[in-house]
Design a protein around this ligand. Structure first.
Ligand SMILES: O=C(O)CCC(=O)C(=O)O
Ligand SMILES: [Fe+2]
Length: 357
């Protein structure tokens, strides 16, 4: 059985040093953990699941009004996320919601009444929980307390945090949906996430998420109201490999005793702002912007699939800020540099650099 830890966020302000210790243990030994006693009421989680359900129930012809737009990191896709481990698409459809410049890619009130308000409230709540975890990661890794929260600043236009609503197809409809017999044993093939970390929300009795832990595929089964959190490759690099991002997958229902219907999940994705520089405290890796990191991760993960299947991947961003371009900008704008290099520690840090594009 799994021994994934429960990170208790109660009385956060007075307990954050202690929480940071628990978090470092969970994130370095397991890469997956449950978050409990957080501030998101069960009713708000249910409301977001209900809105997501209402959207997915719409006919495809309506959902096509909100097509996935990769540069804006928002919109609806179906059967288009291909995993390198399987070379086939996840057996799902998803709706990605970003914080900026994509209100046209959210369901209108005419299609799903109240969607926007529900999503805004939920994303704000997810962001608050994420900020608590980011604060504890900063404490645990020896950065100034506000370091990671500044690197994941949703008020900035280059923010990449987003909410992904997902619906996996009903088991018996999978073949029909994919028009393929090559559907494999998984709804999502084995992968690690390339972001900082995700908050995952699951529905009771709709399990299937498994983590490769101690050489065994181990189920993740949150209790009602608990959030599953998993460490991604971005913070692994930032931690100079002290933390672990674990391989995980979503398996198909087993036998007849398992629930066979569609599976719904919500994933709040934390990803550093595109122009933030990522480098660990020991300088064990070269500095790299979050934009470059994501581009490299996409290329590394998807190269084989791209070559094998002759697919063009548009990538998550159109123009990627590089460390060099940021340095040039910084020289051109002394005031930006002064504001962005303030650090409370002696060790040189690489705080978020804000680029006005
Ligand atoms: O649906 C889930 O439980 C997890 C999905 C996942 O791993 C992903 O989208 O990266
Ligand atoms: Fe994942």
């Amino acid at each position: 059985m799994s021994n994934f830890l429960r990170i208790d966020l109660s009385n956060f302000e007075t307990r954050k040093e202690e929480i940071a210790q628990d978090l470092m243990k969970a994130a370095s030994e397991h890469g997956f953990f449950y978050v409990v006693n957080h501030d998101i009421p069960v009713n708000d989680i249910t409301a977001m699941f209900d809105s997501s359900y209402s959207f997915f129930e719409l006919p495809d012809s309506v959902k096509e009004n909100y097509p996935m737009d990769y540069p804006r990191n928002a919109g609806w896709e179906k059967l288009s996320q291909i995993r390198p481990s399987t070379g086939v698409a996840d057996l799902k459809e998803s709706l990605q919601l970003s914080f900026h410049n994509a209100s046209d890619l959210r369901p209108s009130d005419e299609h799903v009444p109240g969607f926007d308000q529900t999503a805004n409230r939920f994303m704000e709540q997810c962001n608050n929980v994420s900020q608590q975890l980011l604060t504890c990661f900063a404490i645990g890794l020896g950065f100034p307390q506000d370091f990671f929260t500044r690197c994941h600043d949703i008020t900035q236009p280059d923010c990449l945090n987003s909410l992904r609503c997902m619906r996996y197809f009903e088991h018996k409809n999978q073949k029909q949906q994919t028009k393929s017999s090559n559907i494999g044993a998984c709804r999502v093939g084995a992968h690690t996430d390339i972001n900082t970390f995700s908050l995952l929300f699951q529905q009771p009795d709709q399990d299937g998420l498994e983590v490769f832990h101690d050489n065994v595929w181990t189920p993740i089964s949150p209790k009602q109201g608990e959030i599953v959190c998993n460490v991604g490759d971005m913070i692994v690099r930032w931690s100079d490999d002290r933390l672990q991002s674990k391989l995980h997958r979503v398996r198909n229902p087993n036998g007849d005793q398992d629930y066979q219907g569609p599976r719904y999940a919500l994933e709040y994705i934390n990803e550093a702002n595109r122009s933030v520089i990522i480098q660990g405290r020991t300088k064990y890796t070269q500095p790299i912007t979050a934009g470059e990191f994501l581009m490299m991760a996409m290329e590394k993960n998807y190269k084989k699939v791209i070559l094998d299947q002759d697919i063009t991947i548009t990538g998550p961003v159109t123009s990627v800020p590089t460390v060099q371009s940021l340095q040039t900008n910084a020289t051109a704008s002394a005031s930006t540099t002064a504001a962005s290099t303030t650090s409370t520690e002696e060790t040189p840090m690489t705080p978020p650099v804000l680029v006005t594009v």
